[in-house]
Design a protein around this ligand. Sequence first.
Ligand code: B16
Ligand code: MG
Length: 222
Amino acid sequence: MKNVGFIFDLDGVIVDTAKYHYLAWKKLANALGFEFTVEQNELFKGVSRKRCLEILLDIGQVKASQTQFDTWMVEKNVDYLAYIENMDASEILPDVPRVLDYLKNNNVPIALGSASKNARPILKKVGLLPYFDSIVDGNQVTKAKPDPEVFLIAARNLNVEPDHCVVFEDAVAGIEAANRAKMTSIGIGDEHVLHEAKYNFKDFTEMSTEFIASLVQKNFAK
Ligand code: B16
Ligand code: MG
């Protein structure tokens, strides 16, 4: 087994796709006759598409047949895909390439652990696909975060023991999933919201390369 692996969430860690999810969900909400706010969109971060629609319909107090539910899931995704169509490298969050480059240059295996079923095309559009040794996304997991499944599959694919893995996450459920998997959890975002994380950073610009190097060494030495 290799001694250390790094796992990245996608939305909120590598790119900010939440704004596009928001626009697509808002369009659906408006079509169904109610408002959907940026604040309410916070509830959707890291949450599966199906669960997001359930929450949205609760907010609007809309009842749906199974057929309507399935149709709206498809409609939302079609709109979302149109929004992400023109994504490029300029949408990569600050200093993410510095961290990925450091890991690649030091032969540390890298995985994606995301709830999104659109993760692979997004990584391709922004040009980061070649960095990833494994991509685990919403197409492979059966249990959503905070279940640790997504990260455990990533660790297995990287051939690294879970407790030798480091996870970057922006969602509370994702931090819980990483902790339950016995991985080193790193919160990216508001430290008060992500207080269960082992370490917290506002974004990658605040994370020194020395800190990344120390994480690699610590996990090697375990
Ligand atoms: P899709 P992450 C999550 O991405 C988003 O934060 C969440 O808002 C979205 O509903 C989910 O992906 C599913 O996305 O509709 O593309 O399958 O943070 O887990 O990378
Ligand atoms: Mg996220």
